[in-house]
Design a protein around this ligand. Structure first.
Ligand SMILES: NC(=O)c1ccc[n+]([C@@H]2O[C@H](COP(=O)([O-])OP(=O)(O)OC[C@H]3O[C@@H](n4cnc5c(N)ncnc54)[C@H](OP(=O)(O)O)[C@@H]3O)[C@@H](O)[C@H]2O)c1
Length: 351
């Protein structure tokens, strides 16, 4: 099978680099073009990037000349890791020129005709693309990195018992702020109790993701959410403590843990290359999950839950951990593309 050529917009940043790492050896997709700002364009990728991944940069990728983010790219499938200051306009422009853009940036997440997708949670929202009108192309978005962890964890509980209220406190890794991110003097031995815009995303994105598509538009889920977001001195892996109140009361902790462990989504049914065997993993140890130890589970694509117990204020509380640049960004995007290919949605944009 001939591989599908993909371009990465914002290829030099922290998420862009993760795309390159995850796409190495991908059975369906081949990195064909890399694009970034005018500062990087025209340089060999190896000279333009400050490579911060754990695996070495492939020689072939090193020698690709970075392009500007302008239509004219040959790859019709584009993964966007663009800075949100420029992503909105550039992604619209690419979609209008017929490209399929799957984005990590926040800009289009709330466009009524743009799906906001976690493949295991709301793959049916891809039907919204039929309502989209960007010319010949399309835009699909990835949720915020902390939203992905929290929503994946509550999805099986919501299906069974209906989540009514969610209170969540995040401890977010520094890689979530991009490269170079927050200055070391601000974060080493410290906690920053404010991440601009993050609480608003956490309080609104889950409503769209868990909402119902009625054939015309998405009707937001009715869940009351309160979020507090903190930056902590951890490199990768966002940890969140969550409390939930249900409409229907579960019989006990074990019913919820079983729901978590048995949860599978469309990517698992379709056996997609990037799908972890288990999108949610429950750990019994009383001191788990921990970002340094557990964020790589399922190659960074499994969301890990622990400490599920009764709560004196809400019904239950638990801890959730997800890898912010893999499941929270590049890995989730690649899984969306795989899902679109396997469901026959991608083909029309590749012509
Ligand atoms: N880091 C995470 O865990 C995470 C998780 C979920 C979502 N996101 C989102 O994903 C996106 C990328 O995040 P990141 O952490 O990788 O950020 P980053 O490290 O700051 O990288 C930003 C990228 O955008 C490019 N860029 C900046 N200005 C540009 C312009 N005018 N034209 C074209 N390209 C431009 C940069 O290229 P140059 O190097 O040439 O400047 C770089 O490649 C952001 O929207 C972010 O909010 C990040």
């Amino acid at each position: 099978m001939e591989k599908i050529k993909v371009g990465i917009l914002g290829a030099t940043g922290s998420v862009g680099q993760k795309f390159i790492e995850l796409l190495s050896g991908h059975p369906w997709f081949e990195i064909y073009e890399l694009a970034a700002s005018a500062k990087s364009a025209g340089k060999k990728y190896g000279d333009a990037v400050n490579w911060i991944m754990n695996s070495p940069l492939d020689e072939k990728i090193k020698n690709i000349t970075v392009k500007v983010c302008e239509p004219g790219l040959e790859s019709r499938l584009l993964f966007s890791a663009l800075d949100s200051k420029v992503a909105g306009e550039l992604e619209t422009y690419f979609a209008q020129e017929g490209y399929c853009v799957i984005s990590n940036a926040r800009n289009h997440r709330f466009d009524p005709d743009v799906p906001l997708i976690i493949p295991e949670v709301n793959s049916e929202h891809l039907e919204l693309l039929e309502k989209q009108n960007f010319g010949g192309g399309c835009i699909v978005t990835n949720p915020n990195c902390s939203t992905i962890g929290a929503v994946t964890a509550i999805k099986p509980m919501d299906d069974l018992f209906g989540v009514e209220e969610l209170n969540v406190v995040t401890m977010q890794a520094v890689s979530g702020g991009g490269y170079p991110g927050v200055p070391s003097l601000d974060i080493v031995g410290n906690i920053l109790p404010f991440i601009p815009g993050e609480e608003e995303k956490m309080e609104t994105e889950p409503l769209k993701i868990l909402g119902d598509f009625n054939g015309e538009k998405i009707i937001d889920a009715k869940i009351k959410i309160s979020a507090q977001c903190n930056r902590v001195p951890v490199i990768d892996g966002h940890t969140e403590t969550a409390q939930v109140k249900f409409k229907k009361k579960p019989r006990g902790v074990n019913e919820l843990i079983d729901a978590i462990n048995n949860f599978r989504g469309e990517p698992q049914k379709l056996n997609l290359p990037g799908a972890p065997e288990r999108p949610l993993i429950y750990l019994d140890q009383p001191n788990a999950p921990q970002p340094r130890i557990h964020s790589g589970y399922g190659n960074g694509m499994s969301v890990v839950v622990g400490r599920l117990r009764e709560c004196g204020l809400f019904d239950y509380k638990f801890v959730v951990l997800s890898h912010n640049t893999v499941r929270g960004a590049a890995g989730n995007t690649i899984l969306i593309a795989e899902l679109m290919k396997e469901k026959g949605i991608l083909a029309k944009y590749l012509k």
